[in-house]
Design a protein around this ligand. Sequence first.
Ligand SMILES: N[C@@H]1[C@@H](O)[C@H](O)[C@@H](COP(=O)(O)O)O[C@@H]1O
Length: 279
Amino acid sequence: MRLIIRNDAAEVGEYIGNYIAKRINTFKPTAEKPFVLGLPTGSSPIPTYKHLIGLVKAGKLSFKHVITFNMDEYVGLPEDHPESYHTFMFRELFSHIDIDPANVHILNGNAPDLIAECKAYEEAITKVGGIEFFLAGIGEDGHIAFNEPGSSLVSKTRIKTLAYDTILANARFFNNDISLVPRMALTVGVATVLAAREVAVVVTGQRKSLALSKAIEEGVNHLTTLSALQMHPWALIVADEDATAELHVKTVKYFKSIERVQEEVEETQARINGQVGGD
Ligand SMILES: N[C@@H]1[C@@H](O)[C@H](O)[C@@H](COP(=O)(O)O)O[C@@H]1O
């Protein structure tokens, strides 16, 4: 796992936005070979979405052959409710980019059979060849998607009851009225995220710092479901300085030094490639 640290949330968004764009452009998606992207909601990915929109508007990126799967959706909230994850995704990203709405997948929290809806979602992911790149955020308790503390680390898409802390945290989106926050959600499982070829997580703000420390400085534990990322072969966390508040200085220094070495390796490689190309 790599940890990249940037000064603030805007720089984190720029870094991940550029990273995703590079991955999509290198993949060269076509109608026959689309790029499959997993996406989160929440305030954390907004700077990333802003940056991606800018890249699309500048003609540097296209979502024409990108298929998306969102992580989660509330149960029982009308799809056109201002706080539904459907509304969020179109408001913050999809309405501003060249994605085909038919390529957008978001769980239906109003489906008559919620269990069948979750099963069909997993099948839809399998049908397109699995997720290439899953972007995620985390809750203050270190949950990924809505995989609250105690979630099975081998879980797939299913119905989850929200933790009281999550209901409290999300009340800010519902006029600070806890009674308006849905109690249940449909969510991809920890194993659904881990099955993606690559996973990147945005962690910004001091209120996420304890969760970040538990997830990367302690062992894999179902009480901090983000920690399962330690078992992933290609995982990246991008955090801002505030989110590192609870990390050991040693941890921060270690990951910063790894980034410096990586940059040197890439520069050397680029120089070598340049020389080879010039011969
Ligand atoms: N289900 C979502 C998560 O996917 C998200 O990561 C989290 C953090 O939200 P924010 O980025 O607003 O802190 O909120 C909800 O719990």
